[in-house]
Ligand binder design. Structure first.
Ligand code: NAD
Length: 476
């Protein structure tokens, strides 16, 4: 196996800590240079949240974590780095000083990225250098977008690496202060400050306007696709004709910035305390992460937006290894699968076993193309035994034993194994082959029938799994 690649993070605050987690949890070794004596503790806390969150996005197991090291010497931190990410405070003089050192001490072939929210590559490289802007969004370990700006060749190399760690690099066509995302956010932020200063709404009311309405639209269709729909059947041209004239009205105060007087700062900070002061920042982060995961998993089903990025990344992760019995699921249990008893809720034992069935179907050729062509298996009966608790963050493996695979019938026995290899549940499931157009039972294709029969013959030689044919309430 080839040696793990190494990323060096220079400046391990809010954003640097997120980069540490993103690389480490995707199997890279990571070294950190940050003079803050508290850096290790702070990064540890970000990592704990990331370990809880990131694997929950995937239905496959993530690579084993790399090794994390902290260094007092920048040269030592930078040795052998394939990626260097600078995330020090947003001051140009500081960035110049740090990049002069990074340039001198890092390997010639390393990609050097800066997390800068505002500076252009031409400003960062004013005194020479080879840094490109690689601007991420918080939390870096969950949100895929990275705006890349600068040398085209370096950006192309950077894109490839970022995709391999599940991110969505977008190369900006021309350099501009604050890139694209923050230009948009800045406009909303400016309007928001005026609306609060003028007493039109509070911080909480402004947030409700976003999260009860257009915020829900933005994550899945953005601005222009949403407006296309808003134009009705006549589409975008109609939308522009209808709302274009409003642009001439003096609605916006975009170029006029409210002065940050003590009064305005107190007003906003006070309202924000009233709105969210009952939770710590780490608690708010966990709430944010759980909500993001729920939304991103929903997007995964349609492949929209960030969901499409997850599907592409997941496809690069290896399928579970096949032993005597095929391993049909190998994944981490997400937080959202646990219930008020603190363990995995019964419904998700079935969800996991349905994933095992889907995987097994793909293995015998009853895959997405087969379904699109009008054939599938439908579940007609399940029997489950719950034998042990499973918890969020545990690794879950499922093996699938074919009990019967003849004619229209496919009978499977899934064994769910927990973190320590203990048998946590079994699911016996009977499926019938269907013609999706006629909505009637039918025989599988010859190819699918042959593969299924091979598994059935091989598995018939193995001992019958414990609990086969049980009915509810049977003793022993
Ligand atoms: P931060 O203050 O949380 O972290 C900065 C870190 O840099 C601190 O840990 C500090 O100890 C360290 N540092 C200071 N001097 C250093 C030096 N000489 N060498 C090494 N480390 C040093 O700031 P942040 O919010 O993480 O922002 C970092 C960068 O990321 C900025 O350029 C910012 O514009 C950008 N950014 C921030 C956000 C955000 O939402 N906070 C989002 C995207 C990009």
């Amino acid at each position: 196996m080839s040696a793990l690649q190494k990323a060096t993070i220079v400046g391990g605050g809010v954003i640097g800590g997120g980069w540490v987690a993103r690389f480490l949890l995707n199997g890279w070794n990571v070294s950190v240079f940050d003079p803050d004596l508290e850096a290790e503790r702070k990064i540890g806390e970000v990592l704990a949240n990331a370990r809880r969150a990131l694997p929950a996005l995937y239905d496959k197991v993530m690579p084993a974590e790399g090794t994390l090291t902290f260094h007092d010497d920048m040269g030592e931190a930078l040795a052998d780095a394939a990626w260097v990410q600078e995330s020090v405070p947003e001051r140009l003089d500081l960035k110049h000083k740090i990049h002069a050192q990074i340039d001198k001490l890092s390997p010639a072939e390393a990609v050097i990225g800066s997390s800068t929210s505002g500076f252009k590559p031409s400003e960062l490289n004013e005194h020479g250098g080879r840094v490109v802007v690689a601007h991420p969004f918080n939390p870096v370990y969950l949100l895929p977008l990275v705006e890349l700006v600068g040398n085209a060749e370096t950006c192309a190399k950077a894109s490839e690496i970022l995709r391999s760690i599940g991110m969505y690099p977008l190369t900006v066509r021309k350099e501009i202060d604050a890139h694209i995302g923050d230009r948009l956010l800045e406009a909303v932020w400016r309007e928001g400050l005026w609306l609060i200063k003028d007493g039109i709404c509070t911080t909480e009311e402004l947030d409700e306007v976003i999260r009860m309405g257009f915020g829900l639209r933005w994550a899945q269709m953005g601005l222009f696709e949403t407006y296309r729909i808003a134009g009705g059947e006549a589409g975008m041209k109609h939308f522009m004709a209808q709302f274009g004239p409003a642009l001439q009205w003096p609605w916006t105060k975009l170029m006029d910035v409210p002065e940050f007087t003590d009064e305005l700062v107190d007003l906003i900070a006070g309202q924000s305390d009233a709105q969210s002061g009952h939770m710590s920042i780490r608690e708010l982060e966990r709430l944010r992460d759980d909500n993001l995961i729920g939304m991103m998993r929903a997007l995964k089903k349609t492949g929209s937006g960030a969901g499409g990025v997850l599907n592409t990344h997941e496809a690069t992760m290896p399928e579970p290894a096949i032993d005597d019995l095929p391993v049909t699921v190998d994944r981490t249990i997400p937080q959202s699968w646990t219930d008020y008893n603190g363990h995995m809720n019964e419904a998700h034992y079935l969800e996991a076993s349905a994933q095992a069935t889907d995987r097994f179907m793909a293995m015998i050729g009853a895959d997405a193309d087969y379904v699109a062509a009008g054939n599938s298996y439908f579940t007609v009966e399940n029997h489950m035994q719950f034998l042990d608790e499973l918890h969020a963050g545990d690794r879950l493996k499922i093996t699938t034993h074919v009990l019967q695979g003849e004619g229209k019938k496919m009978q499977l026995f899934h064994c769910l194994y927990g973190e320590n290899g203990q048998l946590a549940a079994t699911v016996e499931t009977l499926l019938i082959h269907m013609d999706l157009n006629a909505r009637k039972t039918s025989l599988p294709s010859e190819a699918v029938a042959a593969k299924l029969a091979t598994y059935a013959q091989e598995h018939a030689k193995l001992p019958a799994p414990r609990g086969v044919g049980r009915h509810v309430g049977l003793k022993g």
